[in-house]
Ligand binder design. Sequence first.
Ligand code: BES
Ligand code: ZN
Length: 619
Amino acid sequence: MKKAILFLLPVVLLCSACQPKKHAEESPVLVSTDVHSFAQPEVAVVKHLFLDLVVDFKSRVLTGSALWDIEVKEQATQIIFDTRDLNVLQVLVDNKKVDFVLGDTVPILGRSLAVPIAAGAKQVRIDYSTPPDAAALQWLDGVQTAGKQQPFLFTQSQAILARTWVPCQDSPGIRFTYDARIKVPAGLLPLMSASNPQAKNDSSVYSFSMKNPIPSYLLALAVGDLEFRSLGANCGVYAERVSIDTCAYEFADLHKMIAAAEKLYGPYRWGRYDLLVLPPSFPFGGMENPCLTFCTPTILAGDRSLTTLVAHELAHSWSGNLATNATWNDFWLNEGFTVYFENRIMESIYGASYSDMQKLLGLDDLKEDLADLGDTSADTHLKLNLQGRDPDDGVTSIAYEKGNLLLRLIESKVGREQWDAFLKGYFARHAFKTITTEQFIAEYQQELIKGDSALAKSIKIQDWIYGPGVPDNAPQLSSARFDHAVAEAKRFMTGTPAAKLEVKGFVTYEWMKFLSTLSKDLTTQQMKDLDSVFRFSKSGNSEVLFGWLRHVVESRYEPAFPVLEHFLIHTGRRKFCKPLYALMLESKEGKAQAQAVFLKAAPNYHAITRNTVAEMLAH
Ligand code: BES
Ligand code: ZN
């Protein structure tokens, strides 16, 4: 599985002696290895996919074919795909059946699929089906949806789960365009990370097209009883009928976010930008599937206060989907840049006092993860080494928040104007390409540092990227609104009753800060006071409720246990589930409670959340 992805020109394949010198100098070849894929793109690589699938809810199976246009080197004898738990039925090369070889199962990675090819081979067709428990797929019964009637299916391909529903070269360094034909049961609408239908048709067969080259982790499909509502010239939202009005209200500022993003870093390159609001078992907050962000319904707060997540996924249309991390070790290039960009979008629409609170909450997340990981751990480096591990291990606030902090530091040292010009150029230069951490550093040196050693020393980029923890030159920030929220939390802890606190006008972020400041060992009396005055247990805001439920677990506040259990059974968003189970596991009674809740909740969870929690409970 060792192989290389070649960037720029593939001149490395030619012997250097027979290369014109001019070329060798002009074309520095950057080689990056993706340890999470079996593919050997330097030998034979995919270019275009035609995906033809039938969605069967009864058997919970996708059946059909992946027809790949490929490009092969003259000496190639095989092309290698990634698969995991797929039933490969037959493989055809240029319409002729061939003997394919499925390798042994490798933990985390699955099985390589080697297809013999001769020079000049153009197309590989793989006929296959998925097992009912394919890791990327979640099949939901009607009762698990908002409308309670029709079933639902959605995929989650990032990081390396695309191979569990499409045989593909599953590396972020390999891009392809795609078309698809999807057949679904009558009454359901399929949607993809591509051009999408806005209404159901009579044939129940739908066509899709993605004309920009994308990496496999951005392949996505959802099927449900969905409706569309326009929110502007090129944006809108899909959701189940019962929640479409709520969604349209919540995301009314979507067009403003797109305009703000374009003003900052250049044109949106994907045609339409729509949102799809999924059932509550969606394991993430959001997923930046091109043209169609998938998101959790837990951001429907009723007051538009959790829409930062939309700004985040929208920002990925540049950082991630245009300029893509070459391997999962470079994940911070996707997420750190996106958190930075998201924050700039929010600042430009809602002002700095709002986006500053968001930055500080991010910093709190970072501190929590640093404490968990230990601040000398290699997992706190921005550049990771995930060889032999699941890329999921790299999904911590290091990539997101330490990454963001570094970019803010650079901005503060070179000035916003220069930094913005750099970023705009960065997205344009790397559009539809992959980028390594080392390429980024080289461009930073060339375009921003330009030999100014004092400037370089004030940033110390190597320490940030290849060193642990947070270096001591991190940018500092304060927020008067948060200072006040913290002061009120402290007043409560020193005896001021809840009703006497000055919380008038608090928005979601201030409540979050207030809750996270309260000590972990509140008395039953204090908990009761807080809940009777602020009605936290009844909050319709998932972040506020989550902040409250942490205290419910920590102080073992029994009156709110039914709320805690209901939340965990009906919400599969891992960011909420994981910390609540972790807190429960800290006490003996809590452990029994965690096990009992998980028994009821597990059937509702996507495999991503289910596996995470199961692993925690097993220890
Ligand atoms: N691309 C990520 C989600 C992801 C990362 C899935 C790695 C699988 C592997 C998405 O953009 C994301 O960051 N989601 C966050 C949103 C938040 C930071 C605003 C989430 O789901 O919590
Ligand atoms: Zn993200």
